[in-house]
Design a protein around this ligand. Structure first.
Ligand SMILES: [Zn+2]
Length: 247
């Protein structure tokens, strides 16, 4: 084999592997525990790159509940189709944890599919002002939901990543679904702060730590979710950011 042939094969291999990676990068679904699954789509945070956004879904005996919508607007239907193919169940409910598009992009679409869409009243107010998709049903205070054999509660901890961010708590399985309020241990900074309050965010994190002690799983809005130190890591990033800002 000539050097040129080897080079050609090498380049061909790198290119095809590269392509197949972008191909699989549209929607990923991972089993979390029991009937809980984390799904990830990818969006452009504004710098032309692709960044992952995590949502979750729960398969109950009354149907599937979606926590946040895909960020990637091409993945609204593929997500429903993947869920149907895997679990032979329809999505019956969707709840978004703050007003940014990586949480709410699919709300209108899912409303049209007869899925019961929810946000808090506070989120709805902001969605209205900022022209983001809005839910059909509103939550006016911290609320518990029971869907089939599963229950969870919504909790508004105070301002943080956004003024309206809520977290979800699944007490039986000790799952804390944080959305963008909680940073992954993979994150190297506090992220998009366009609507954040980095001082109050610290107090809000502490409220969540006090209220939901010892989660078995913590799902952040972006990046890796397999590390249970995400709350501590979020505090660390915020303290670092605030002390730099004050100097
Ligand atoms: Zn986000």
């Amino acid at each position: 084999m000539s050097m040129r042939t080897i080079l050609f094969i090498l380049v061909f291999f790198i290119c095809t592997t590269g392509f197949s990676q972008t191909e699989t990068k549209k929607l990923t679904i991972s089993h979390l525990t029991k009937d809980f699954y984390v799904y990830t789509t990818f969006g452009d945070p504004g710098n032309g790159s692709l960044f992952p956004a995590n949502g979750m879904y729960l398969v109950t005996n009354k149907g599937v509940v979606l926590f946040d919508t895909p960020w990637d607007t091409t993945q609204f239907l593929p997500l429903l189709d993947s869920i149907q193919a895997r679990h032979h169940q329809n999505v019956i409910m969707c709840i978004s944890t703050h007003f940014h598009s990586d949480r709410t992009a699919g709300l209108e679409y899912y409303k049209q599919k007869n899925i019961k869409t929810y946000t808090t009243k506070q989120t709805d107010n902001l969605s209205k002002i900022r022209n983001e998709p809005r839910a059909a049903f509103l939550i006016y205070q911290d609320t518990s939901f029971t869907i089939g054999q599963y229950s969870f509660e919504t909790f508004y901890p105070g301002k943080g990543h956004s003024p309206d961010n809520i977290v979800l708590w699944f007490n039986n399985d000790k799952i804390l679904y944080g959305g963008c309020f909680i940073k992954s241990t993979e994150a190297t900074g506090p992220g998009n702060l366009s609507d954040a309050n980095t001082i109050e965010w610290i107090n809000s994190i502490k409220k969540v730590q006090t209220k939901f002690g010892k989660p078995s799983y913590i799902i952040p809005g972006h990046q890796n979710w397999t590390n249970k130190n995400a709350l501590l890591h979020t505090l660390k990033l915020l303290k670092e950011y605030n002390s730099k800002k004050n100097n």
